[in-house]
Design a protein around this ligand. Structure first.
Ligand code: MLT
Ligand code: ZN
Length: 446
């Protein structure tokens, strides 16, 4: 602690139980552990010095941004130094020629979007935790979100990073060159490495054109099969789709009850799909034509103005908060081939109940990406029987155990279901090469 105080100043090393508490538990309340201290460096040199001091003392480090991760990868397990990157919150000028911006690790996703918007541009990554989640954390976890089907996830926006590796070497790739084919893409390697290789201190991000002509429709369906068929048709026919999101009746009703919202449609439907289109010219007519031509469409609510669009999105965005009101959930985030989504959605609640009879399963997610969020309430945080049945079922159907949240602590023991022994061994070799003393987030991912 004294060595860290010498680097960042005593004010930025937190040691009291009260100060440490918010850094020691994850957002869901499922993952918690004790930190030896929290250190808050103010620049990259201080990050490098903190890592050197921790290497010297043989103390492990957990990097933390907005602490909105969902797999326990950003909170301590016991005795680590929590390295909070939130003070690295400066954002550069938007480069209008290149359509890029450089943002410090502690800049929030909402702040990147605000800077892009001021320049008439848009940051393509967006998700419910936008006001707290940070650039560093989103790069370290390769965060997905609501618009992956159009723009890709964080890695697709990432031109380069500045980072300090576990062994002290530095990576500086902030020049923003779109084409630079000079060997291993170390920035993309760090993206999704979950804090196990080094600490991202800044990122050079691609921005995309800003489309203010936007339409959102919320549509009721009788079944998941009908919703998947509709999504397939729209993806074929509509050029400007930003999102196709799936919800089920019990999740929507939970959101309505938790936040005192009226039901989204006049009739209760078993399945709801939120679809958003955005373009330089009004996409409403094309979206309306596509929806009208779709078999199986029930009621439809449409929103064009910003306020009403946000109201419709709330039914989807607020699932996370509403589910948390029932206690810490088990959050499983699986990828599935689109052709198996309906079978999975139908069967998975039964499999969960057979593993844990009191469990309640909520399904929602990014239908356009084949990514379902399976949220299970009513199961003790350390009872992993439900995780086991859900993850095995996803893999049985040709899916992945994590679409966008990562592995963290939560899914580490099932990594072998999605990655071969050779792949895991290659990952371990990379880890040993870049973090030979093993101080970076030990126990996460590998
Ligand atoms: C979402 O899609 O809402 C996020 O992945 C967060 C969550 O799964 O709760
Ligand atoms: Zn998601």
């Amino acid at each position: 602690v004294r060595a860290l105080e010498d680097i960042v100043g005593p004010r930025h090393v937190l040691t009291s139980a009260e100060d440490l508490a918010p850094y020691e538990v994850d957002w869901t309340g499922r993952f918690r552990g004790r930190a030896s201290c929290v250190v808050r460096p103010g620049n990259t040199d201080e990050v490098a010095a903190v890592l050197a001091a921790c290497r010297e003392a043989g103390v492990a480090v957990v990097a933390q941004g907005g602490n909105t991760g969902l797999v326990g990868g950003g909170v301590p397990r016991g005795g680590e130094v929590v390295l909070s990157l939130r003070r690295l919150d400066s954002i550069g000028d938007v480069d209008l020629i290149a359509r890029q911006v450089t943002a410090g690790a502690g800049v929030t996703i909402a702040a990147v979007e605000a800077a892009a918007a001021r320049s008439g541009l848009h940051y393509a990554v967006d998700f419910g935790a936008r006001d707290s989640a940070t650039v560093g954390g989103s790069v370290a976890t390769n965060a997905g979100g609501l618009h992956v089907m159009r723009y890709g996830g964080t890695r697709e926006q990432l031109l380069g990073v500045e980072a300090v590796l576990g062994d002290g070497r530095r990576i500086t790739r902030l020049d923003g060159l779109v084409k630079d084919n000079t060997g291993y893409h170390l920035s993309h390697l760090l993206c999704g490495s979950e804090g196990t290789l080094g600490v991202v201190t800044a990122a050079r991000l691609r921005l995309v054109p800003r489309y203010d002509e936007r339409t959102v429709a919320l549509i009721g369906f009788a079944s998941v099969v009908a919703a998947v068929d509709a999504a397939t048709a729209w993806r074929r026919e509509l050029e400007y789709l930003e999102a196709i999101e799936l919800m089920l009746a019990d999740g929507v009703e939970l959101v309505c009850a938790a936040f005192d919202l009226a039901a989204p449609l006049a009739t209760r439907w078993p399945v709801y799909v939120l679809v958003e289109a955005a373009a330089a010219t009004d996409p409403s007519a094309a979206l309306a034509r596509a929806v009208e031509a779709t078999v199986g469409v029930g009621d439809v609510a449409v929103a064009v103005d910003a306020g009403r669009r946000t109201s419709l999105w709330r039914y989807r965005d607020d699932h996370t908060l509403a589910i948390n009101t029932l206690g810490p959930p088990h959050k499983l985030d699986v990828s599935l081939p689109l052709r198996h989504i309906a079978a999975f959605a139908e069967e998975v609640p039964h499999r969960v109940v057979s593993a844990a009879p009191v469990a309640r399963t909520f399904l929602f997610g990014h239908l356009g990406d084949g990514n379902l969020h399976v949220n299970i309430s009513g199961v003790a945080p350390d009872d992993e029987s439900v995780d086991d049945v859900v993850l095995r079922f996803a893999v049985e159907l040709g899916g992945s155990i994590s679409a966008e949240h990562g592995i963290g602590i939560a899914k580490r023991q099932w990594l072998h279901l999605s990655r071969s022994p050779d792949e895991i061994d290659a990952m371990r070799s990379i880890k040993r090469a870049l973090d030979p003393t093993g101080i970076m987030n030990p126990g996460v991912l590998l």
